[in-house]
Design a protein around this ligand. Sequence first.
Ligand SMILES: *[C@@H]1O[C@H](CO)[C@@H](O)[C@H](O)[C@H]1NC(C)=O
Ligand SMILES: *[C@@H]1O[C@H](CO)[C@@H](O)[C@H](O)[C@H]1NC(C)=O
Ligand SMILES: *[C@@H]1O[C@H](CO)[C@@H](O)[C@H](O)[C@H]1NC(C)=O
Length: 184
Amino acid sequence: MTVSSVLLVLLQVCGLHLMVVAMPTCTLEGNMVRSAHHLLRDLGGRFPAHCLPYNTNISFPDSAFPAAKANHIQCRRALRVVYESLQGAEQVFEDHELPVGVGGVTWDDDKFIKFQHLQHRLLENGSCLSSVDGLGVLSSYFSNVTEVLQQDSAACGWMALRRDLLRVLESTLHNQHICFAWRD
Ligand SMILES: *[C@@H]1O[C@H](CO)[C@@H](O)[C@H](O)[C@H]1NC(C)=O
Ligand SMILES: *[C@@H]1O[C@H](CO)[C@@H](O)[C@H](O)[C@H]1NC(C)=O
Ligand SMILES: *[C@@H]1O[C@H](CO)[C@@H](O)[C@H](O)[C@H]1NC(C)=O
């Protein structure tokens, strides 16, 4: 091999390497998702027993979750479920007032606001995960949440939404840990 062909090979290897580094990978920052989970977990109490009857109205479609073992395609699907859950929840937060006072929810304002900031940043940064057909498998879930919010018990609707969102974040952080981007 001549010197120039060695150089050429080297250049190609470096170029490829740069491309891989620069290629935007479509994922979510694990640390941000974990912080969002912790804020949501800590902002209020447990799911109240008097809201249990609404489980027939609001039941998160578990079939949306991929199998526990994550490969590339399943990562995409798992991250999509996270993204669409955050997106649907943001829409609910925008369209409905949090019921406060008697029979309302007593959430820590400060944590809830911080959570919403993180949620917003995650949605912006993960926009490559959004699908053209909107909420997909979650659309019937979110229309049920909205119905309960409007018709039956706003507080129970909010509690159920928080419970399910927590479960989505917890389950993917645990089962699909490798799908997220982690900072040291
Ligand atoms: C969004 O993602 C980019 C690329 O991964 C990253 O550099 C940036 O810090 C992220 N922004 C936020 C607000 O997390
Ligand atoms: C939506 O509500 C209907 C009737 O209340 C129920 O049968 C259905 O399972 C609910 N779907 C989801 C995804 O919560
Ligand atoms: C919740 O489910 C019950 C039992 O299926 C039903 O009677 C009620 O209309 C539902 N409420 C809403 C808001 O869908």
